[in-house]
Design a protein around this ligand. Structure first.
Ligand code: ADP
Length: 265
């Protein structure tokens, strides 16, 4: 992982232009930040969470908004009839077709997946593999905060340069109202029950690659690419009960770009 497989950013941009990429992973697995990295390569970011929040904000009094809001506030999935047309409209826009896109937070049910794959050919699905123990811990203890403008996520593990202000766009950083222990537990439970089970189906429809956030003990890696908290490298318990070190934002970007270079360059 130390070796950079991509030569330069322009070449990588050329290689991924027009590609349709799906991000798949539980809440808190870094879909937002990986989306930022893919956006930096020219892909259009389509996020179901952002699209829903924008729909609700633009027309708060509509029946659709009230209905969607009631599910979102409880951390439950918004019904397929609401979310499918919102996302498909986005994806059919010319800019998505021309530049390619990164789809984040959709599909989350088998029905959504079928609606998507029946209409659009996806070039690559990335499964963001983050140890279970870290998901809630990272959001709560890591004090997750997101940019109100561009939705970039920060935490005590990935601090912004200036507290409260987004490095990327200067927007204000806030805690999300649904980042509470119970709501996250509910979102994780829904992920296990409704989303994770159709991973095998995704494999039948496109290429699926795993993008792990941890570095195994044997893997040599630049220390500055590891997460630190209070100046200590951060260790996490893996799902198998072992321990592993965590990559930081830059390390994950490098790993993602290497994977794209291997696949598309
Ligand atoms: P997270 O990934 O942390 O759950 P999102 O911003 O992706 O957060 O989504 C926020 C909320 O929007 C979800 O809790 C859910 O209510 C709703 N939502 C987002 N995407 C979908 C989807 N594909 N299907 C149904 N509901 C969704």
């Amino acid at each position: 992982m130390e070796n950079r497989l991509w030569k330069n950013l322009e070449k990588l941009k050329d290689a991924v232009r027009g590609k349709k990429i799906l991000l798949f992973g539980p809440p808190g697995s870094g879909k937002g930040n990986r989306s930022r990295d893919l956006e930096a390569l020219g892909l259009v970011h389509v996020s179901s969470g952002i699209a829903l929040r924008a729909t609700v904000k633009d027309d708060p009094e509509s029946e659709l908004s009230k209905n969607a809001r009631s599910y979102m506030e409880r951390g439950e999935l918004v019904p397929d009839e609401i979310i499918v047309p919102i996302i498909m409209n986005h994806l059919n826009q010319e800019k998505c077709q021309k530049n390619g896109f990164v789809l984040d937070g959709f599909p989350r049910t088998k029905a959504q997946a079928e609606a998507l794959f029946s209409k659009i050919k996806i070039d690559l699905a990335l499964y963001l593999d983050v140890p279970r123990k870290f998901l809630i811990f990272g959001i709560i203890e890591g004090n997750r905060r997101v940019c109100v403008e561009c939705a970039t996520g920060y935490s005590d593990f990935d601090l912004p340069h200036i507290e409260g202000i987004c490095d990327k766009c200067g927007g204000k950083l806030v805690r999300r109202a649904d980042d509470q222990v119970e709501t996250i537990e509910n979102r994780l439970k829904l992920y296990d029950e409704q989303t994770k089970p159709f991973l095998p189906y995704i494999k039948t429809q496109t290429t699926l690659e795993i993008l792990p956030i941890t570095v195994s003990d044997k893997e040599k890696i630049n220390e500055e690419r590891l997460k630190t908290l209070k100046n200590h490298v951060y260790w996490v318990e893996t799902d198998e009960g072992g321990k592993a070190r965590m990559l930081n934002l830059e390390g994950m970007r490098e790993r993602l770009y290497n994977l794209l270079a291997e696949r598309f360059q």
